[in-house]
Design a binder for this molecule. Structure first.
Ligand SMILES: Cc1cc2nc3c(=O)[nH]c(=O)nc-3n(C[C@H](O)[C@H](O)[C@H](O)COP(=O)(O)OP(=O)(O)OC[C@H]3O[C@@H](n4cnc5c(N)ncnc54)[C@H](O)[C@@H]3O)c2cc1C
Length: 338
């Protein structure tokens, strides 16, 4: 069980800046995200797209913004819990008991939901048999590429993730690449590399095919593919990987007794608290009259929610507003000399 002054759900731009604001005023915090990396929509949906409306930053990409937010957090020791989806939030006397899908438990007086448009979940294969092998022989992300060494891996998809992993895993595994179209959406250089590997018979390519069935009892023995023209083909394989992009789901957040309207959480703009004491919502997931779904709004909301957390985390102390430029206490927290 992890005790903390505040738990942030979501490591998008709002969650990251909120962590900075909490640490600046001397509170401890932990950050949980369902994805395998921080940055939320900026890193998952538009890492290369320029953003022009971050105050005092004339232009930066989604990735650059994320890197700068991480840099801003450098002076602080913040624990990120990635690949963890918060599934449960319930009252435990004066605290909130928070549990993830991997059974990690947090106890905290303050929960800040910075969950954006919900958790990003992989789009999955449709045949029902796939569920039985999921996370053992069938995956939607690669966590440990070593398990594929010397094995046959069948990769489905036509975008960057499918192509990058097909090229990478072909170094130490036998790779079948299956795509339901003839055209690929990945970077031109990776598409060319993949074609080179196929032409030199170091990778097998099956286009206009989809997964029809998975065979095997404990582990996968083979899979059936179905062509656009209706014909089927059986392929022996040890592992199956699917890269069909992500869908966003509000998911478990809808179950926590919060005031939810059109997939957003209503808040009080005084401190971004929800209808539950000690639970705050900031960034794209919160709603109030005049809300703008912009990164700069999330920064403001996170700053106010962080101050509100102080009251419950330090009931016997009084929060004193200070500028970062002049406060000796804050400069010390930032690791700077006065
Ligand atoms: C194509 C595009 C272009 C954009 N351009 C701009 C722009 O130019 N300027 C601008 O200001 N805004 C822009 N936006 C909007 C901006 O990206 C969002 O306002 C911003 O990302 C919201 O940040 P957030 O931290 O609130 O949420 P998100 O970035 O959505 O991050 C939320 C995080 O919470 C995680 N999460 C959710 N539920 C759970 C759970 N139960 N457990 C664990 N983790 C969970 C998700 O995995 C995600 O990583 C753009 C958006 C898009 C799609």
């Amino acid at each position: 069980m992890i005790n903390t002054d505040a738990l942030i759900i979501g490591a998008g731009p709002t969650g990251l800046f909120t962590a900075h604001q909490l640490k600046l005023i001397g509170l401890s915090c932990e950050v949980v995200d369902n994805l395998d990396k921080v940055g939320g929509q900026c890193i998952e949906l538009y890492p290369d797209k320029p953003i022009y409306d971050i105050p005092a930053v004339p232009e930066c990409t989604g990735e650059e913004l994320t890197n700068n937010l991480i840099k801003q957090l450098k002076p602080f020791d913040i624990k990120f819990h990635l690949n963890e989806r918060v599934d449960e939030v319930k009252r435990d006397n004066n605290n909130w008991f928070v549990k993830t899908n991997n059974d990690k438990i947090f106890l905290t007086p303050n929960v800040i939901i910075a969950g954006g448009v919900g958790s990003f979940e992989p789009r999955k294969f449709s045949p029902k048999e796939c569920e039985k092998f999921e996370n053992k022989y069938l995956f939607y992300a690669v966590k440990d590429k070593k398990i594929f060494e010397g094995k046959t891996v069948t990769i489905f998809g036509g975008g960057d993730s499918a192509l990058d992993w097909a090229v990478e895993l072909s170094k130490n595994s036998k790779v079948n690449l299956v795509h339901r179209r003839d055209e690929f959406r990945g970077a031109e250089s990776t598409v060319n590399k993949m074609k080179e590997l196929v032409n030199s018979e170091r990778m097998n390519l099956f286009t206009k095919y989809q997964l029809n069935n998975v065979r095997g009892s404990d582990q996968i023995q083979s899979i059936d593919l179905k062509h656009d023209d209706g014909q089927t083909k059986n392929l022996e394989t040890d592992y199956v990987l699917g890269f069909f992009g992500l869908i966003m789901q509000l998911g478990p957040i809808a179950e926590w007794g919060l005031n939810i309207d059109k997939k957003t959480i209503s808040v009080d703009t005084k401190n971004f608290e929800t209808n539950q004491k000690g639970i705050y919502a900031v960034g794209d997931i919160c709603s109030y009259p005049g809300k703008l779904k912009l990164i700069l709004s999330g920064f403001h909301e996170g700053a106010l929610a962080a101050r509100a957390c102080f009251k419950l985390a330090r009931p016997n102390e009084k929060y004193r507003f200070e500028f970062t430029t002049t406060s000796s206490k804050l400069l010390k927290r930032l690791g700077k000399k006065e």
